[in-house]
Design a protein. Sequence first.
Length: 1036
Amino acid sequence: MKEQTNNKQVELAEIRARLANAHGQHYWRSLDELAETEEFQKFVHNEFPHGLMNWENPVSRRTFLKLMGASMALAGLTACGPLQPVERIVPYVDGRPELVPGEPMFFATTMPSNGYGVGLVVRSFEGRPTKVEGNEAHPASLGTSSLMAQAAILTMYDPDRSQVVRNASTASTWEAFVEAIAPAIRAGGVRILTETVTSPTLASQLQSLQESSGVEWHQYDPTGQNHARAGAQLAFGENVDTHYRLDKAEVILALEADFLDYGPAQLVYSRQFADKRRIREDQTDMNRLYVVESTPTITGAMADHRLPLRSSDIEDFARAVAEGLGIDVGGKVAEIAPAEWVDAVVEDLKSHEGASIVLVGEGQPPEVHALVHAINNVLGNIGQTVVYTDPVEAAPVDQMASLQALVSDMQDGKVKTLIIIGGNPVYTAPADLNFAEALAKVNLSVHLSLYDDETSERCTWHLPEAHFLESWGDVRAFDGTASIIQPLIAPLYGGKSAGELLAALMGQGDAAGYDIVRAYWNEHLADTSERAWEGILQQGVIAESTLPAKKVTLTGRSFPRSPAQGDGLEIVFRLDPTVLDGRYANNGWLQETPKPLTKITWDNAALISPTTAQKLGLTSEDVVSITYQGATVNAPVWVSPGHANDSLTLHLGYGRTRAGHVGTGIGFNAYALRQSGTPWFGTGASIRKVGGRHRLASTQHHHSIDVKNPKLQELTDKRTPTIIHAGTIQEFRDDPESVHGHGGHGESEGEQPSLYPKIENTWEGSYGWIDSEGKWKGARWGMVIDLTVCTSCNACVAACQAENNIPVVGKEEVLQGCEMHWIRIDRYYEGYDIDNPRTYHQPLGCVHCEVAPCEPVCPVAATAHSLEGLNEMIYNRCVGTRYCGNNCPYKVRRFNYYQYSDLTTESYKLMRNPDVTVRNRGVMEKCTYCVQRINLTRIAYKRDTGQSGYVEYDDGAVVPACEQACPTRAITFGDVGDPESRVAQLKQQPHNYDLLGELAVVPRTSYLARLRNPNPALESPTATEQGGHQDSHGEE
């Protein structure tokens, strides 16, 4: 083991030396690739995932023929047997006028996400919700959706959801619970614990309970905005919510604020940020983003300049910026960041007063939030790019303090009955509170939840909760806009909503969710007519319910430091990018979605920087013991380029003991180390290697190609910059072609060289709808992906999975490289500093080559071109030779080595899109450009317009699932043969390029190069000469 560790340290030293001596633009995908580790070489040597395992009992040719002969004989005998029983198909007795058989219906509803609403439109097929999309009329979604929203369908149909009312260990009924809870309410000593509540109806019910029964209400959400709220109180002397207008900001400084990946306004901020970065030949204005953070995030990956800094040091950076802007911060500011970095940021902010924003994440203490409010005030941003409103939460409190008070009363025996609505506090409460021990002292405890989880296990009563797609309710968005939660289907497992439970506590055990919500809004709407109500349900929002902007006055003039942290290794707690705080742990789609930066699936890990790993003698997948505040957990290590030194990050949400068949026993429980006083970071942690390795299923090296010949490796290194085209906005302004073909750093300018003769006449449909001049008249579908605004949020990956019935394969199959996602998002690093490289992301599915290499090698013509230029798969023809996958230069084809799709679970049958075939074992599959949507649109056009033969589509008539979900509108799809279409115009942009264009396969999907807007004061001349544009961050 010692020898192995020494080898790993030698590898890190060799990597640094190799990069120090490198020249030209340099891209790499991981430290393993740079080190050419044995594991990496083994993986790429097997260029394609494992084939079928060797059979333990191989069948000889003779035995095979015997079995086939016997089966044919038996088949003949069965033909002589009795007929199959007659099965009758019964239609509706009375047809529903709004239901057209075979056509989906769409309903507006709202998804509660950590208490805040996100507007959705849900597709329902004959009473079965099958797909979620964003609601264009809702201010929190703007027609797009998040990774979690796309996966909501799978959670609703999850057979592991709680399906029975349980009293202790005995099955019971809702009626029995209503009868049992009534005397407990009358006896007093009742507490209710909820997560964040913005629902007007729930808030009204809780207020009524408090007034009529003396019930006390507590709130706790592990993702709560306690620090932000306390910071506003320090700055303004009152509770206010902060909102940003990123579409008006020219310069943005994010202090550990991952605003592109998380938060109630995530989708809005993503759109606004992207709208200021869309570069076209006639539009070259671009915002500039600085990010200071400890843990690499997708917001940091999008930054023009990124500074890795320990979370405990970010306050000093904020104070240095404040001092540079003339704010008296009191006392000397520690110099923890390069002076040129601070000076450049300060000058940039000063030169954009009223058009800049400084954001700070919830992980920073309240004192930093207050200081940032003061910075925005000095910059004149308040009322311009930063606005304030009254709190959206119904009863804003310090949720950590609320939970602490509740636990203290439980320990003292003051709580006789505890009713927990949602959440999972036994799992998510800070370790020092020991919530489970306190809960055992409560006489009667009730838990309403989707799953019979860790908290339910310890409660007297467990009640199944109705999913938001099964229940009535309401909720407010980040800006206060109220919207109705409308069910798409009756509760599959007999669940009840939070509103129905609260009604039962008030003696209304038989109240229906619809009646509860409708009664509240009948008292608060000006127009209570049925027509007005139907309009609200159809639109998805309640008009004029947005909170108005509020004037605030900075009252705090002194800015004390937050309580000092001790010395030693820093530990940082972060929400997981896929399972969040653990509430989505049983969702297989989310578990198998690669995390944006590490590409890890089915696990969490302790993230550390290469420098820290080298100092501690660690490498990826080493198992370590982490001790903090007297608690210890074991976890695997993952060396993460770009992570701050002397800091480790633990993602929450794993280590569940009662999540369901999918989520139980995966990863380690970081909550076991989380403390109520330091919920997001602290110092004084220790780490010790305990021996052994834990395999982590990272997809980063999947589909790599083995290149051992030095000459071939040299050619590959030269070709990599043609995969990711990148440059600066100034280079683009000076010469728009500079980022085309060579990423702005190639040895020669101009068109990419080709390995094959140039094809003058690309595929135009050699048969079909041809006009009198021999020209193709039908659509020519194509796509453009803008890498400048793609954030790698994974919404497209989940949307594709939901739309196309893509199965989950599990960790072991992912380790073999057999994941089935039709879209993968490749991550590339650029530069010569492994502690802070630049990060790029590139979504990649089938690019629908006009000269497709997969087609001529298929012996059964299972893959062929359609009339409109799609590279199609005919599943019934496919015999599984996999020649097409071998010949695909993009490695985007997926093979069903086993029967991955679950064909037996009844609820999953209801979930699937009926317009897409469910594939079986032995079949190849890939992106189809959502051909089912194209076909449905064609049918509708012919029906509505009377067209025959070819169809003339309106631009935007066909929207594939990935484009529809994308929060930043990075994906554009349409008819490239129509010069007026958006996609055709984007393909004419000077920074549009074809991936692997030198192969002359003429892909229909192309990319717009990734452009940045760096501050000239922070561009390193040495790095520029090498092609890396590395920032001088003091970490090199």
